[in-house]
Design a protein around this ligand. Structure first.
Ligand SMILES: Nc1ncnc2c1ncn2[C@@H]1O[C@H](COP(=O)(O)OP(=O)(O)O)[C@@H](O)[C@H]1O
Ligand SMILES: [Mg+2]
Length: 373
């Protein structure tokens, strides 16, 4: 038996669901796919309250990605066509989550993954060597250490490339030939049958890119052409975002063994503040000066979780009183001047809401001191 895991990959966490979905549809599926494209979309977007029939009576599939179904359909179609998929967007819009869910559903594993950093090397995209074996026997297939991408090529799986734009251009270029030729030459083994590895049908790549990082625009034209781009937007609907934040914060608090006791009204206030500062305009249409930090849903989840954990473990003031301090922590990450922008938000929209009689807003207004410290 495996022990407990801090983070369970989706193929394990949703193993039962994936099995049900695989059995539920006997329609045609692309080579090496575990599920039909339709069932991949259902896995990610949910079954809209209807039961997916299975041997044990079936199950309702919950929504995992909050957003347009059409976006997910386009992603799935791209991969079904064996094209590369690039998910671009602001940080914290669930690009990584989507790439994990897509690969877990399609290939049964989200683990064939390379994290792009300034230090990512070509070996991590192509292959390396087990040097002990290499020295003992010379180059041989046994001494080869395949990268996750190479393993995906061999098995017809979908590989993940996180934050591709953070990789150096020569590393990005290694991908161009893989994605265009769908084969990888191993010069060390040339002349033998193992000298070239051909991608098995089904192979593709999901890459993610943060629009805030050194740009997607700096990707080479050659590489861009090999991907279909999909921009993942922040959650459009307030209620949907509140529900998501509440659900995830509750799970985070319960994971550390504490009861979840944060009111939805408090979360709605928190999420509203996040959305105002993210979009630069309040729900009422008032202008808001945006901080340079990205006020993402993922950040809102982490603040809500912290507030939930604090409330459970350190009983004291009410949860709402923790909001200003946490907001300041988020906002101040990039630019000290953002503190002034948060204060301006307090003195503008937030104050007007307090004066209009919003109880929670008035409580927040009364804590303005926290921000000016
Ligand atoms: N549209 C969304 N649907 C579901 N969860 C979301 C959404 N947007 C943000 N999240 C939450 O934010 C978390 C962080 O997302 P992540 O995949 O790390 O973002 P990114 O890779 O875009 O920076 C997700 O695990 C999820 O909890
Ligand atoms: Mg990410």
């Amino acid at each position: 038996m495996t022990g407990l895991r801090q983070i369970d990959p989706p193929e394990h966490r949703y193993a039962e669901q994936l099995e049900l979905l695989a059995a539920a549809d006997d329609g045609p599926r692309p080579p090496a796919w575990r599920l039909t494209p339709r069932m991949v979309v259902t896995f990610i977007c949910g079954s809209a309250g209807r039961k997916v029939k299975g041997s044990r009576g079936g199950q309702v599939i919950e929504t995992k990605f909050v957003g347009e179904r059409a976006l997910i359909e386009r992603c799935v179609v791209t991969l079904a066509g064996e094209r590369g998929l690039l998910l671009a967007g602001e940080p914290g819009t669930a690009k990584s989550m989507l790439s994990e869910m897509l690969t877990a559903a399609i290939s049964g594993t989200s683990a064939l993954s390379v994290q792009g950093t300034a230090g990512t090397t070509e070996d991590q995209i192509r292959y390396g060597w087990n040097y002990a074996l290499l020295l003992a026997q010379g180059p041989s297939p046994e001494a080869l250490v395949p990268s996750p991408v190479l393993t995906a090529m061999r098995t017809g799986a979908v590989a993940r490339l996180e934050e591709i734009t953070r990789c150096l251009p020569e590393v990005q270029d290694a991908l161009v030939s893989i994605l265009s030729d769908r084969r990888l030459a191993l010069p060390e083994l040339s002349g033998s049958d193992d000298g070239v590895i051909y991608a098995a049908p089904g192979f593709s790549v999901v890459a993610t890119a943060n629009l805030r990082d050194r740009g997607v625009s700096e990707m080479s034209a050659a590489l861009k052409r090999r991907f279909n781009f999909e921009v993942v937007p922040p959650i459009a609907d307030l209620d949907a975002e509140v529900a998501l934040v509440a659900g995830q914060a509750k799970a985070a608090v319960e994971r550390v063994g504490a009861p979840y006791q944060v009111d939805d009204a408090v979360l709605e206030t928190l999420v509203t503040a996040f959305r105002d500062l993210r979009t630069g305009v309040s729900a009422e249409g008032w202008e808001v000066e945006r901080p340079s930090t990205v006020m993402s849903t993922a950040e809102a989840v982490s603040v809500a979780s912290s507030i939930g954990i604090a409330t459970a473990f350190l009983p004291g003031p009410d949860p709402l009183s923790l909001v200003p301090g946490h907001l300041l922590g988020v906002v101040r990450k990039d630019d000290p001047a953002d503190q002034a922008r948060l204060l301006a938000y307090w003195d503008g929209p937030l104050r007007r809401r307090a004066e209009a009689g919003g109880r929670l807003w008035r409580q927040l207004w009364e804590q303005r001191d926290v921000l000016s410290a």
